[in-house]
Design a protein. Structure first.
Length: 292
């Protein structure tokens, strides 16, 4: 008994140490990005690697926040994320609930729906569909093609099936129709699942890059990830931020500090939202995946 207890303590200690090391490794890139974004030109020129700034400056953030194109791209991404997540949850939840109803040919309908959603048509057919439906150069091109995730649909359906049928039967006895049962009984009981999948969808919309490059020709409608590409990968800070932002200071900050500041500002909103949904995250996914 004594040896077993000691062994458990050793295992717990090793696990805690490993988790601490992994946490430090995960935080290390963020600390580096944060430090470089606040570093002065002198620090950038003198140091090959910056773990903490010696001379704190905010020139990079002043330059970025003075850029109308960067602020506009943040607004576009925020709008697409909120609207797209709402559309995703509405369509996923309603379809998942419809697939739980006992109707004639339910298995065939379920098979057809899941089968068509599991297989992507490919980039060129999707591009042609977006073009022919008039969604080109519209923010709806970032939302409609990925309106429903097959994985989220399957798991949410299983979550709905785990809700006791007696509740819906009681609603039917009281005279409620399917829409009233869905809005008054099913959705209030599905908040953990909706929060979890809402986070999935929101992160996907916030990080959308390829769709913006493929479908949006107007730079005024670019999401933040496309602007980040211009700044970080293409190293075109002037073109992406605009001359008015680069001329704000007499000595513009080095490009690397602008790149790091842009990355930090683009990542910060999701990092702020995540802790508020974390408590629902594991619960919502596990309930939908192991029950039913």
């Amino acid at each position: 008994m004594y040896n077993r207890s000691m062994l458990d303590k050793v295992v717990d200690g090793v696990n805690a140490l490993l988790l601490a090391v992994i946490a430090v490794l995960m935080l290390f890139p963020f600390v580096h990005i944060f430090s470089v974004s606040f570093s002065s030109l002198r620090d950038v020129l003198e140091k090959d690697f910056i773990l903490w700034p010696t001379h704190w400056v905010t020139d990079a953030y002043q330059t970025i926040l003075a850029s109308r194109s960067f602020v506009r791209s943040l607004g576009v991404t925020g709008y697409v994320t909120v609207l797209g997540t709402a559309v995703n949850l509405l369509l996923t939840a309603t379809m998942a609930y419809g697939l739980t109803r006992n109707v004639t040919g339910q298995r065939v309908i379920l098979l057809l729906v899941i089968f068509t959603l599991l297989f992507n048509a490919g980039m060129i057919p999707t591009f042609l569909i977006v073009k022919e439906t008039g969604l080109m150069n519209s923010i709806w091109a970032l939302i409609v093609p990925s309106a429903i995730s097959s994985f989220n649909l399957i798991v949410m359906r299983q979550f709905f099936l785990s809700i006791p049928s007696e509740l819906t039967e009681a609603g039917l006895i009281d005279g409620a129709n399917e829409l009233r049962i869905f809005t008054s009984i099913i959705l209030p009981l599905s908040k953990p699942s909706l929060a979890a999948f809402g986070l999935f969808y929101a992160v996907g919309h916030w990080n959308k890059y390829f769709e913006g490059v493929l479908y949006l020709n107007d730079s005024a409608k670019w999401p933040i990830q496309v602007v980040l590409r211009q700044i970080v990968i293409m190293n075109e800070a002037t073109a992406a931020l605009g001359n008015e932002a680069m001329m704000l200071l007499e000595n513009p900050p080095p490009p690397v500090t602008i790149q790091m500041a842009a990355i930090l500002l683009a990542t910060l909103p999701i990092l702020i939202v995540y802790p508020f949904l974390q408590k629902h995250f594991a619960k919502g996914v596990m309930l939908g995946s192991v029950k039913g």
